[in-house]
Ligand binder design. Structure first.
Ligand SMILES: *Cc1c(COP(=O)(O)O)cnc(C)c1O
Length: 445
């Protein structure tokens, strides 16, 4: 692995309190212009970012353990992304692929065919956001199978548009008051080994039993699942769960759709999380990590399913914008050249033992889980399974105050998730973890 090239020093530097005076001023101004429904985890206003560090308008440099929610896997403003984007933006910015096409859209689809699980013939369609990709996967699954029901899981997160709100599990803040929701969405239990104590096979039998008894397999178009759940709490199903569900799908003419929007692009130590159990999805949705921060998303699937959609039935004005495609090709090249899947595994190897030791020591950590550089820490009241979202929020705030960007998640808001850029240097990661460890120790008392 070559060392990441970054333009600004990779160090945490605190010059003011966090957020500083300039950020606080902007934050006040924001309230008079930006809709309140759009919120920010940590209102430091960013001036520049590079690698694993965010530089704010007050001259502070913060360690980024969130990657803008699993997006800047290759690091912020990675040179492999910046250079092709600069070139592309000077050549042409937009034609609309549906009007007059261009080559880098094809190249992204070729890369997706090569990188996603399975050696079958594949086709892709490109979109702007994860939610849009998920919506299109549902469209394709319904039309290709001639069936309507879509099965999703407890704790699932698939987006905030109308259809994806229906697919998402959690009411507040994502759904409450925003109905009516799209029909023909059915929810079944997820394998959650720390809490349900079931094997993957048992949990899959339960899910399948509900599908068969409540819907009947022949009305189901697709089962849609995050191989490791993201917003819902970084829940990794017990081994055997995903393959059992995928097998059942195959036996029943149901499409297995993997939402790898958060888990994809080397995040979990493989190109895609389905690979850890040799699961080959019929359709896969990708976004977030695909293009180093530019908006791009995709549905990639079996050629016969994708090509069953009539001309004009898929697409959008901006989908597969040439600048975003240039960024994706650069980002994929960086992941390949720097072996960022290995980098993700190394991050996990560094972090997991420390976090497990911290769990032993403090008694407020119910579970440490995830894979590679997708790491969840679930907090509960000492010695119980009762979620402790207040403690979780206090720890996150303490990390923020110390210049470490940390995100929370979970149906109960009691999970801290670590999603560092995969290029983060180990000393910087080490420092970020040390800040987290002292915050946990201090607030666990
Ligand atoms: C973020 C996310 C989405 C939605 O993507 P957007 O780009 O925010 O629309 C869908 N599914 C998963 C698993 C996600 O993590």
């Amino acid at each position: 692995m070559t060392a990441p090239q970054v333009s600004r020093p990779q160090a945490r530097v605190l010059r003011t309190e966090i957020p500083g005076p300039r950020s606080r001023e902007l934050h006040q101004r924001r309230a008079t212009a930006v809709a309140a429904g759009v919120s920010s985890v940590l209102p430091i206003y960013v001036a520049e970012a590079s690698g694993g560090v965010l530089h704010d308008v007050d001259g502070n440099s913060l360690i980024d353990l969130g990657s803008g929610i699993a997006v800047t896997n290759v690091g912020n403003s990675a040179p492999e992304v910046v250079d092709p984007v600069r070139r592309q933006v000077a050549e042409f910015t937009h034609t609309c692929f549906m009007v007059t096409p261009y080559e880098n859209y094809l190249q992204v689809c070729e890369e997706l065919a090569a990188l996603t699980p399975g050696s079958h013939d594949k086709r892709s369609a490109l979109f702007n956001s994860g939610a849009e990709a998920v919506e299109n996967a549902v469209k394709i699954a319904r039309r290709a199978t001639g069936r309507q029901a879509i099965v999703v899981f407890d704790h699932a997160y698939h987006g905030r548009t109308n259809l994806t709100m229906a697919l998402t599990a959690k009411s507040v803040p994502y759904k409450h008051g925003f109905g009516p929701f799209a029909p023909e969405i059915y929810r079944v239990p997820m394998s959650y080994p720390a809490r349900d104590r079931r094997s993957g096979a048992e949990a899959a039998r339960d899910a399948v039993d509900r599908i068969e008894k409540q819907l009947g397999a022949d009305s189901v178009a697709a089962v849609l699942i995050e191989p490791i759940q993201g917003e819902g709490g970084f829940i990794e199903p017990a081994r055997g769960f995903l393959p059992a569900i995928a097998d059942w799908c195959r036996d029943n003419g149901v499409l297995f759709v993997a939402d790898e929007i958060q888990t994809g692009f080397c995040r979990t130590g493989a190109w895609f999380a389905c690979e850890h159990e040799d699961v080959v999805p019929d359709l896969i949705t990708t976004a977030k990590g695909i293009a180093g921060g530019l908006p791009l998303a995709a549905v990639t699937g079996r050629a016969e399913l994708m090509d069953a959609m009539p001309p004009g039935s898929l697409g959008g004005t901006y989908g597969g914008n040439p600048v975003a495609c240039a960024a994706a090709l650069g980002s994929i090249r960086a992941m390949r050249d720097r072996d960022l899947a290995a980098a993700a595994r190394a991050i996990g190897d560094l972090a997991f033992p420390r976090l497990r030791a911290l769990a032993e020591e403090t008694g407020v950590i119910f579970d440490v889980r995830g894979r590679g550089a997708m790491i969840g820490i679930e907090f509960t009241k000492p010695g119980t399974a009762e979620p402790d979202p207040e403690l979780t929020a206090r720890i996150a705030r303490a990390c923020h105050a110390q210049g470490v960007v940390i995100l929370t998640c979970g149906t109960y808001g009691n999970v801290i998730r670590l999603l560092p850029p995969l290029v983060i240097s180990h000393p910087l990661l080490d420092e970020g973890l040390a800040v987290l460890e002292s915050a946990v120790r201090e607030h666990a008392r």
